[in-house]
Design a protein around this ligand. Structure first.
Ligand code: R5P
Length: 297
């Protein structure tokens, strides 16, 4: 029997996963101290069962990561047999190298910490890049939700065309376009490392007259990337622009800015709570990976 433990960032995936797996489910109690520190307590004993901790690491990222570390370390102390972590949104994955001399490779630190508290299996959703997962010592499974997300987009578009904001997002764009049976292309964007502003380096020669353009990416944070692409799509004659991304961080006034740029709908996955979008549930896909890894019927 597997034990599914849900952290504060599990966004309901913990309960769904426990149901699908027929696993025991618990949510640790969190006690906050006046100075901002906190402690956690497991409401039930663990024994020698394998444990799966669900914790998406969206804002406040470091708090969610530390909570995950405390849960895992405690589970290990309580005798958990094997500890897996489901981290639907993996924070710090974009800081996968020193972009400027002297910068931290933050995702490497996160991965080392996961290993340090006994996590030996990791499931995540559409990571920014695959390579940094190599910093994790243990089995890693990845869920790619774009085709499921597109099944919702399909109902809303009649003349689709898929655009990726950069070459790195082309595999997602290709999968989306294949699922819709339409064309796809990408913009060559670059981001100013100081101001964070996005600009088009090289635009493709496409005619988007009367098209429903679906901009796909791994995540939407400030919305700047999607807005740059939307402006381009409308300048090429698009009649409608929507956005699809696994992780909807929607930082600051992203929702308002996307609306103002006529990004008419946003689609994503439930890796992060987001009221402004239509989201698909990733629990079944995660459960499939876990069943295989833990050899559950
Ligand atoms: C960057 O390369 C990522 O794939 C996303 O395009 C980026 O993080 C989105 O951020 P924002 O919404 O702030 O432009």
């Amino acid at each position: 029997m597997v034990f599914v433990i849900g952290g504060s960032g599990s966004n309901g995936i913990d309960a769904k996963l426990a149901k699908i797996l027929g696993a025991k489910h618990m949510v640790p109690e969190i006690h906050e101290f006046p100075d901002g520190e906190y402690k956690i307590r497991m409401p039930h004993r663990l024994g020698g069962e394998p444990v799966i901790i669900v914790q998406s690491t969206y804002y406040p990222q470091d708090r969610r990561i530390f909570e995950l570390l405390l849960i895992s370390d405690l589970a290990r102390d309580m005798g958990a047999e094997r500890i897996g972590a489901v981290i639907p949104y993996l924070a710090f994955a974009r800081q996968n190298k020193s972009f400027v001399d002297g910068e931290s490779v933050s995702i490497k630190t996160v991965m080392s910490l996961l290993n340090a508290v006994g996590i030996s299996y990791l499931v995540t959703v559409q990571p920014h890049k695959m390579e940094p997962l190599g910093y994790f010592k243990g089995e890693v499974d990845v869920v790619e939700p774009i085709v499921d997300i597109i099944s919702h987009v399909r109902r809303e578009v009649s003349k689709p065309f898929v655009m990726a904001p950069d070459k790195a997002s082309m595999p997602i764009a290709k999968a989306a376009a294949e699922s819709l049976g339409c064309g796809h292309d990408y913009l060559d964007k670059e981001r100013d490392l100081v101001t964070g502003k996005v600009r088009i380096k090289k635009a493709p020669d496409v005619d988007l007259d009367g098209m429903d353009v679906i901009i796909v990416d791994d995540m939407i944070s400030t919305g700047g990337t999607i807005i740059t692409c939307a402006d381009f799509a409308y300048s090429k004659g698009a009649k409608n622009v929507v956005a699809a991304a696994a992780h909807l961080l929607m930082s600051g006034d992203a929702e308002k800015r996307l609306k103002a740029a006529k990004v008419n709908m946003v689609f994503g996955a439930n890796t992060i709570p987001c009221k402004a979008a239509k989201t698909v549930d990733i629990s079944n896909a995660v459960a499939e990976r876990i069943k295989e890894e833990y050899e559950l019927a």
